[in-house]
Structures are given as structure tokens and as C-alpha cells.
Design a protein around this ligand. Structure first.
Ligand code: SAM
Length: 261
């Protein structure tokens, strides 16, 4: 078990404008998409029928722990001790709980679906109007939630309204049409199919199946254009590619810009 408090606090770098994927990796993602598609269907049956509940829970926890460490490393020391944080689309709330522990931060979560399972206060709301005042949080986090929102612009502007300045965005992203297709499949698979297995094994509440899936993904360049339109300054961009699975994840650290319209 890793100790999140021992993670370095200085990984965040400023690198907007870098080329993020090699052509070899981009090409490799094409056959990998087919292989992983077939593999995920096979794994559904294996996980459902052959893997005992405790073992499955252990595998899921291990992968969630690894993912949490990756996310925390990407943040570096962007969040300061004691700051107030709003985790928009907090899901089960476990990531928000880790943020609270790591930075001694005061974390609140909001979501539209209730499958909460962690020690942070979570509010459920209509998915349009964030139930907090302007500038009420030091940091806003949106972790893998923006691609679950059809009216992305509405919720994004709402999040900016509630942020004093800092915004952290984690997203799945794509560098080719085949990777775009794959991340849509992966989104359905990791939420609905894996969600179903977790429900059957009694590891997750049924609420997870109510999660909206409008697949509103963007490329890194697409996000850059969007941030510019919204007057956001990019502090850092970090892209990580899985070794074999054709998945690319991006973490943006942003702050409100000073441009006046
Ligand atoms: C893939 S989950 C990510 C959960 C969590 N942030 C994490 O990283 O583990 C996406 C979450 O976004 C939530 N969501 C979808 N639309 C939303 C909205 N308009 N406002 C807030 N949350 C929303 C979903 O209910 C879901 O819990």
C-alpha cells in the first residue's frame, strides 16, 4: 500500500504546445483497439462468473489506488494546504477523500447520481446550477466528468463561476479517429459493464447505471481552443498513454485568465 502523503509535491510542469504522441504509438493503437474490444467482452464473463467477490474487489482497489497516485502526482503542489476544493462530478467521492487527506484540504463533492461511498460531504443537484456562491472555492476539480455532460458549456461556466482561480481537469482524450471510437467504447465498458459486475458482486450501488454517457470527449487541441474561449490560462498539461491499452489521459492545471472581454 502506497502512502499518498509521501508523494513528491513538484511534478507539475508547464508544457502547453508539446507534441503528445508518437506516430508509432498512434498506429499501434489501431490493432490494440480491436484486441482490447474483444478482450473486454471476454473479461466481462470471466469477472462475472469466475472471479470471487473478494479477489475482484482487490483487483479493482489496486487499480483505483494506482490511478489515484497518478492523478495526485499530476497535481504536484497546485493545491495548497487547507484550501477549499469542490469536486464536481465526484462519483463515489473516494478521489475527493484522497485529496482531503493529501493536502489537508476542505473538500466538498457534488454529483447528479448517488453512489457515494466516502468520507466527504456530497450534495446532489440538478446538473445545471451548482448550488454554491460565486468564487466560493479555491480549487475546482472535474475528474473524468466533463465527457459525461451533454451541456458541457453550462456546467463548465458554472464551475468557473464558483472558482476563485484554480481549476483541475482530468479527461480521457484521443489522437486519432480509432482512439476516439475506442475511448467511447471504454467509457461504456468501464461504467456500465464493469459497473454491472460491481453491482452483482455487491461492491457498488445501482446508482452508477444512471450515469449519463453523452461521450463529449475532446482532443487536447480541442481543449486548448475551449480554454482560450473561456479565458483560462494553462499552467500545465500532462498526457499519459497506457502501455498497451489504447488509452490516453490528460491532466490540465488551469487558472482564470485576466483578459477582459
Ligand atoms: C466517470 S465518473 C467520475 C467520478 C469521479 N470524478 C472519479 O474520478 O472517480 C463521472 C461522474 O460525473 C457525474 N456527472 C455527470 N453529469 C454531471 C453533472 N452535470 N454535474 C455533476 N456531475 C455529473 C456522473 O454522475 C459521474 O459520477
Amino acid at each position: 500500500m502506497h502512502d499518498i502523503n509521501k508523494l513528491p509535491l513538484s511534478k507539475a510542469t508547464s508544457n502547453p504546445g508539446t507534441v503528445y504522441i508518437t506516430w508509432q504509438k498512434n498506429l499501434f493503437n489501431l490493432p490494440a483497439s480491436f484486441i482490447y474490444f474483444l478482450l473486454s467482452i471476454l473479461l466481462f464473463f470471466i469477472n462475472l462468473l469466475c472471479i470471487p467477490r473478494e479477489k475482484y474487489a482487490e483487483i479493482q482497489n489496486r487499480s483505483q489506488e494506482k490511478e489515484t497516485l497518478r492523478r495526485l502526482e499530476d497535481i504536484g503542489d497546485f493545491i495548497k494546504e487547507g484550501e477549499t476544493v469542490l469536486d464536481v462530478g465526484c462519483g463515489n467521492g473516494r478521489f475527493g477523500e484522497n485529496i482531503a487527506r493529501k493536502f489537508n484540504a476542505c473538500v466538498t463533492g457534488i454529483d447528479v447520481v448517488d453512489y457515494a461511498d466516502a468520507g466527504i460531504p456530497i450534495k446532489f443537484y440538478d446538473g445545471y446550477t451548482i448550488p454554491f456562491d460565486d468564487n466560493s472555492f479555491d480549487v475546482i476539480i472535474m475528474a473524468f466528468m466533463l465527457h459525461h455532460v451533454k451541456h458541457q458549456d453550462v456546467i463548465f461556466k458554472e464551475a468557473l463561476r464558483c472558482s476563485k482561480s484554480k481549476i483541475i481537469i482530468y479527461e480521457d482524450t484521443y489522437f486519432s479517429p480509432w482512439q476516439h471510437l475506442f475511448i467511447m467504447w471504454n467509457d461504456f465498458h468501464s461504467n456500465m459493464i464493469v459497473g454491472l459486475v460491481k453491482i452483482v458482486k455487491g461492491l457498488e450501488g445501482k446508482g452508477i447505471l444512471g450515469m449519463p454517457l453523452p461521450f463529449t470527449f475532446r482532443s487536447v487541441k480541442g481543449w486548448y481552443r475551449y480554454f482560450q474561449e473561456n479565458n483560462l490560462e494553462i499552467i500545465s498539461t500532462q498526457v499519459s498513454h497506457s502501455n498497451f491499452k489504447p488509452m490516453s489521459k490528460v491532466t490540465f492545471l488551469l487558472q482564470k485568465g485576466t483578459r477582459t472581454e
